[in-house]
Write a protein that binds this ligand. Structure first.
Ligand SMILES: Cc1ncc(COP(=O)(O)O)c(C=O)c1O
Length: 398
């Protein structure tokens, strides 16, 4: 029997190489990395904690007895802090009472939005490659997952043909900007076209901006700031990436009150409410001075450059990302046309683990990206330098 989550390529990735259920490619690579003592650049989480002062606030909140259910929509102080953040950085002014909810990471906000607003008969459009949770959630909602290609080297959609991906059935278009896995940052002209088409086809826009502060020399433009977008756009972000607290799973969703209310109704039955003491701490994190946000991006940019040099030395073609934690590298100059097979050998060959980009695609996109690997650079400098040195020896090991 085909289960709902198996309706998409992303869901099918949950079938391990031995056919076992529940083994993702991420887990498989982690196991391989451990077996070979390899540096794991497959996983997209930092190996250093966020600010100590913020952890202390969470510990103090626990000690002070802040340990029972938070209100379903999140504690008021955090909803206010999200509103202040949106105004400080983007000039947006969501109402903390009706236009913001706190979620258990961005993941739950994605689930709640897709499950509450789409269903059988609808099409949900994502760019491809796509973050795997979108495919799985669209599968669970019963909607049809359609895609529009992002093409190397800059991983932008072709604005001349983007309209071909829309139809009268398109209920929602999901934007992920900055984009995982490619590291692309969409400029305003791309967002303007997405908004124009969403308006023409009367589709909602769900925008996942968890890497909003992690851009390198380019500005992040939230979709909701584009003319005509706000009334149909739900914006998602999360504390995980910006503050290096991925394990706290505190995210948020904002947009028009009726869309937020729909997502909140589903969230009620997913987690009901999200980690109370972490909410208190993240309210403080969001109010940190601007320097924190710019320093975090500058540090990450230096790490990106260390890894990029190692991948170039290995003989790969590097697509330098403008944002996120991730670099895509093309292994075809080395003669590879199957990045999944190479990813399975890389830990043993050079002691580095990566993720094959085709796992973020349906069949056609997988063919287009079959020689690409995704490497994470949200790791300590010493580790990245070591990984870069090991990657540079790849040709000797082939
Ligand atoms: C694009 C994107 N969205 C959402 C998430 C999940 O965020 P969270 O940990 O806040 O649920 C990730 C994590 O890798 C991501 O890359």
């Amino acid at each position: 029997m085909t289960m709902p989550w198996q309706r998409t390529a992303a869901g099918a990735n949950l079938l391990g190489p031995d056919g076992s259920l529940g083994v993702t490619i991420f887990e498989e690579m982690t196991t391989l990395a451990a077996r070979h003592g390899a540096i794991n650049l497959g996983q997209g989480f930092p190996d250093e904690d966020g600010p100590a002062a913020i952890s202390r606030i969470a510990r103090d909140a626990i000690a002070a007895g802040d340990n029972q259910y938070a209100p379903g929509k999140g504690i008021l102080d955090l909803r206010r802090a999200v509103a202040e953040h949106q105004e400080r950085f983007y000039g947006l002014t969501p109402d903390p009472e009706t236009e913001i909810i706190i979620s258990t990471g961005a993941t739950e906000a994605i689930a709640a939005a897709i499950l509450s607003l789409t269903g059988p008969g609808d099409e949900v459009l994502t760019f491809e490659p796509f973050y795997d949770a979108y495919g799985a959630m669209i599968g669970l909602s019963g909607a049809t997952h359609t895609t529009a290609a992002l093409l190397a080297p800059d991983f932008m959609p072709d604005l001349g043909t983007l309209e071909h991906s829309f139809s009268e059935r398109t209920r929602m278009v999901i934007v992920n900007n900055p984009h995982n896995p490619t590291g692309a940052v969409f400029p305003p002209e791309v967002l303007r076209e997405v908004v124009r088409l969403a308006t023409k086809y009367d589709a909602l826009i769900l925008t996942d901006e968890v890497y909003e502060h992690l851009t390198f020399g380019v500005a992040h433009t939230p979709v909701a700031t584009m003319p005509g977008a706000a009334e149909r756009t739900l914006t998602i972000s999360s504390a995980g990436k910006t503050f290096s607290f991925t394990g706290w799973k505190i995210g948020w969703l904002s947009g028009p009150a009726e869309l937020v209310a729909a997502a909140r109704t589903v969230k009620q039955f997913l987690s009901y409410s999200s980690g109370t003491p972490f909410q208190t701490a993240i309210a403080h994190a969001l109010r940190m001075e601007d320097a924190f946000f710019t320093d975090a991006a500058a540090t990450l940019q230096r790490k990106r450059d260390i890894l990029a040099d190692g991948l170039r030395a290995a003989g790969m073609e590097v697509y330098t990302p403008q944002g996120t934690y991730f670099i895509n590298a093309d292994t075809s100059p080395l003669g590879f046309t199957d990045s999944l097979a190479l990813a399975r050998r890389l830990p043993e060959l050079v002691g580095v683990a990566a993720i094959p980009v085709p796992v973020f695609c349906h069949a056609e996109g997988a063919e287009r990206t079959k020689s690409l690997l995704r490497f994470a650079f949200c790791k300590k400098v010493e580790l990245l330098e070591r990984a870069a040195g090991q990657l540079a020896t790849l040709k000797e090991h082939l």
